[in-house]
Design a protein around this ligand. Structure first.
Ligand code: SF4
Length: 158
């Protein structure tokens, strides 16, 4: 990893930790998660998965921070099916849309929801990254599946 990549990885890790820890004390920090999700969708409209390749702080942070500790094993064959990925993505979107509608009047409550989404998925990512490869979470990540879905929909229209 060259110095530029290292600097990007350190900045990503700092961002992820700042939101995960800071959001506990300042719920509005959770909106950083909503912003990242919006950026992922926007980038995908131009180039599918470009967010994963170039901008995702979560993916970079997991890859960087867990590398020394991860068992580095592949996920078991067949453990992540397309149907399971779509179901997880659909569940996430259901939660996001439902809570945005429900909590729209309270910035703190909505920020807390996005913060919770961040912490739960980050915890899952850390466990998966330790047991398997550092970025094992990317195999099931709902934002990755959402980008693929949008990219396929755009590809069919062109
Ligand atoms: S799959 Fe998810 S966690 Fe991995 S790089 Fe893409 S958006 Fe980030």
């Amino acid at each position: 990893m060259n110095s530029r990549n290292t600097a990007q990885a350190v900045a990503s890790l700092a961002f992820v930790l700042a939101v995960a820890v800071g959001g506990f004390f300042y719920p509005l920090a959770g909106f950083a998660v909503a912003l990242v999700m919006a950026v992922a969708v926007a980038m995908t409209l131009f180039r599918p998965r470009s967010f994963c390749a170039k901008a995702c702080p979560r993916g970079r942070a997991l890859g960087f921070a867990l590398k020394p500790f991860s068992r580095g094993r592949p996920l078991p064959a067949g453990s992540v099916t397309p149907g399971a990925k779509r179901a997880l993505c659909g569940f996430m979107m259901f939660c996001v849309i439902g809570n945005v509608a429900r909590l729209a009047g309270s910035g703190a409550a909505l920020g807390r929801f996005f913060w919770g989404l961040c912490v739960i998925s980050l915890a899952a990512g850390v466990v998966a990254g330790l047991l398997y490869r550092p970025r094992a979470w990317c195999a099931v990540c709902p934002m990755g599946t959402l980008q693929d879905t949008i990219g396929q929909a755009i590809g069919k229209r062109r």
